[in-house]
Ligand binder design. Structure first.
Ligand SMILES: [Zn+2]
Length: 289
């Protein structure tokens, strides 16, 4: 049995059940291990997202696949685990991830002309079929401005979402004034009317990027309107950094064998697990494996 599953089934189940699967970005072995352990302990399906930057950082596609596959086996992980390329910037990077063993890819053609976005997405969908892998597409942004109010996030075009939904993709990322990283001051909140329109027009499970720091009630409303996957990176980075900072500031690294990297990382990993469990509960996918 393969270590990883495509996201199609678990995301469609989430859509039907009106909850969302958590996509947690991974940055190293500790991150991956912590997330797999909490997913298993809480019987929750999980998507491990890996950005191109994180792939370069860790060594390459084969390193990620080998490390993650090994952890799934050695830790006896039985919940569904998706290994997903996050924001694949080119058809070539999507193909490389799939060939290496990723079970899902996002082709982010939002920076291209819409025609090229459709063309690239179509090519990735055809290639992914050979691996029974799932594909996430991203509709372009029409900018954060609506009715003369700058919303500070990105908002997708409903017509483009509809077109992308018809070319064999499994799920769709569409801007609804969400923001990657920290939310700026004066942010206007998610655009629920646009979300509802896109959900109805596309019929596809939708993905909320920039899931860190959106008020809980807005996330819950977004899920009720058709968001079936929520991407989280920054929020786990913040709790990890805070835990390690507290460890160092308290001087623990300078007493006994506190300089042991395994000890330095330990509190950070615990913080990731705790926050991940909170988010799984918030998204409604806790215990859904
Ligand atoms: Zn994203």
């Amino acid at each position: 049995m393969s270590s990883f599953v495509s996201a199609t089934k678990i995301i469609n189940q989430a859509k039907a059940g009106k909850y969302a699967i958590a996509h947690f970005n991974i940055n190293n072995l500790e991150w991956t291990k912590a997330i797999l352990e909490i997913a298993q302990a809480t019987k929750s399906p999980v998507i491990l997202g890996v950005s191109e930057g994180a792939i370069k950082y860790m060594g390459g596609y084969d390193t990620i696949v080998g490390m993650t596959r090994g952890l799934v086996k050695d830790l006896n992980i039985t919940v569904p685990v998706v290994l997903h390329l996050d924001h694949g910037q080119s058809v070539a990077s999507c193909k490389a991830a799939l060939a290496a063993g990723f079970s899902s890819v996002m082709f982010d053609g939002s920076h291209l002309s819409f025609n090229d976005n459709v063309k690239g997405t179509t090519e990735v969908v055809a290639y992914a079929k050979k691996f029974n892998a799932s594909v996430e597409a991203e509709a372009g942004s029409i900018g954060g401005e609506e009715d003369g109010v700058i919303g500070l996030g990105e908002v997708a075009d409903v017509q483009e979402c509809l077109t992308l939904s018809k070319i064999g993709i499994d799920f769709l990322a569409a801007g609804i004034n969400n923001v990657h990283g920290k939310y700026p001051q004066g942010w206007q909140g998610l655009k629920f009317d646009i979300l509802a329109n896109i959900a109805q027009a596309s019929g596809k499970p939708l993905v909320l990027h920039g899931g860190s720091g959106i008020p809980k009630t807005q996330v819950e409303k977004a899920i009720s309107l058709g968001i079936s996957k929520v991407n989280v990176n920054t929020e786990l980075q913040e709790v990890f950094a805070a835990a390690i900072r507290a460890y160092i500031i308290s001087g623990k690294d300078q007493s006994d064998k506190g300089f042991d990297p395994r000890r330095i990382m330990k509190d950070g990993m615990e913080a990731i697990k705790q926050k991940a469990q909170e988010l799984l509960a918030e998204f409604g996918s806790l215990g859904k494996a």
